[in-house]
Design a protein around this ligand. Structure first.
Ligand code: MTE
Ligand code: MO
Length: 422
């Protein structure tokens, strides 16, 4: 039977012709090697991504992806408060390794690009299924990488669209990736064994299913230079990520890092959202500022009153979803002490509000009962021995161990404690 639209028996044109693709670098060995790197690296990104996502679990109420959890919202453990650097580690690895793998992914896609123009496009039902699974794999991989990278470059106020999309996209990717590894593992192993003969014998096994060019063009760059360039790019991204996570003297490496500026002296650490950007007015945080504390009773405190309460000092990181983190010495009042003052002595969550009103008319953050109960969770008033600066959240900011940086609310105006029914 003749197909009405395209005649599959005719010689294809342009990129659909096998001899259209001429780079002598393409071949089974190159694709297999890049595939091996991705096969090892990608699971680290997936696992650390899923673990990091658990830091937004329902117990950190209001922060999780869905209020109506779907079966894909796996929260199998309560997010712990120790080690304090847990989220800094999982998210740092997720972002850093993910970024470093991006050049590898791009070159891997380039190495198999001619396959997109395979002719005939579909040979059999099995071939159609294979192409569909590759489409899902490539689509989800590009979506996951690109959405992650784009979001890193723009502060996003709260996890709504991006987080949900990135999370569900990850499940598509995991399924397609698993299938791809199973289907292609043997091909990859065979490809790795063809090292050496690929360049000279590029046309050794040409044909619609070979990755090597049928009529290779002149060599303008050796495969070693190509791999060296990809490797150098990945290494640079790895270093910049590590610099942003480790901080201190290595922070300068982090060219993708925090986008705000750093203060000086004890205040010399990253600021993502400056007071100016958040439209914090002097009036809203001046002498008239009061902290509302709500529990079974409602109280108000001035900054002086808060400073007169028992103060505690801890070294704790702020670990941003963008992958960077910074550990500083925070001093302030324990959240659980404030809960007790408001009449809440049992297990409770806390929802903080900020004087910042530009984000959808305000922006609230909730910490779970694990966080509230932890002695390390503070309403910080000072950092590194000095008062918080406006950019660092003056008059008061939340600091809590092992939580994503988004939870370390700045310019806090209200803390509402809600007992957890057990
Ligand atoms: N009020 C308020 N609190 C906030 C933010 C904000 O934009 N507004 N940003 C959050 C995010 S995403 C992070 S990572 C940390 C970063 O703190 P920094 O801006 O001091 O670097 O603060 C959190 N607290
Ligand atoms: Mo952040």
């Amino acid at each position: 039977m003749r197909l009405p639209v395209v005649d599959l028996t005719r010689t294809p044109r342009g990129p659909f012709r096998p001899d259209f693709w001429r780079s002598p670098l393409r071949g089974p060995w190159l694709t297999a090697l890049l595939g091996l790197v991705l096969m090892i690296g990608t699971p680290i990104v997936v696992v650390t991504g899923l673990i990091s996502n658990a830091a937004y679990q329902p117990l950190l109420a209001g922060n999780s992806i869905g209020t109506n959890l779907s079966p894909l919202d796996l929260y199998v453990f309560t997010w712990p408060t120790r080690p304090v650097w847990l989220y800094a580690l999982t998210e740092g690895l997720h972002v850093t390794i993910g970024l470093a793998l991006f050049p590898v992914l791009l070159v891997k896609l380039w190495s198999v690009f001619p396959r997109l123009f395979e002719w005939p496009p579909v040979r059999s039902p099995a071939h159609a299924l294979e192409r569909l699974s590759v489409a899902l794999l490539v689509g989800s991989a590009l979506f996951e990488f690109v959405s992650g990278i784009v979001v890193m470059q723009f502060y996003y106020p709260f996890p709504f669209f991006f987080t949900a999309a990135h999370y569900y996209g990850a499940w598509v990717f995991i399924a397609a990736f698993g299938a791809h590894v199973l289907l292609k593992f043997g091909t990859m192993r065979r490809g790795l064994r063809t090292r050496g003969d690929v360049m000279e014998a590029a046309g050794a096994s040409p044909g619609p299913t070979s990755l090597a060019a049928v009529s290779p063009g002149p060599v303008t760059m050796s495969r070693r230079v190509l791999l060296g360039t990809v490797g150098a790019g990945s290494l640079l991204l790895l270093l910049q990520g590590a610099g942003g996570s480790i901080g201190g003297p290595f922070r300068f490496l982090s060219f993708f890092g925090p986008h705000g500026y750093t203060g000086s002296g004890p205040l010399d650490f990253p600021v993502t959202e400056t007071a100016a950007a958040a439209q914090i007015t002097p009036a809203s945080v001046g002498a008239a500022w009061r902290l509302d504390v709500v529990g079974t009773r409602s109280l108000q405190f001035s900054r002086e009153q808060l400073l007169a309460m028992p103060q505690h000092t801890y070294d704790l990181p702020i670990a941003c979803t963008e992958g960077w983190s910074t550990t500083q010495r925070w001093t302030g009042v324990r959240l659980r002490d404030l809960a007790a003052l408001a009449g809440v002595n049992e297990s409770a969550t806390v929802t903080s509000s900020t004087v910042q009103t530009d984000l959808n008319g305000g922006y609230v953050v909730t910490l779970g009962s694990e966080q509230v109960a932890d002695e390390l969770s503070l309403l910080a008033l000072r950092v590194n021995g000095v008062d918080l600066s406006l950019d660092h959240g003056y008059p008061a900011r939340v600091i809590s161990p092992a939580v994503p940086g988004t939870h370390c609310h700045k310019w806090v105006s209200k803390l509402a404690f809600s007992p957890v029914l057990t």
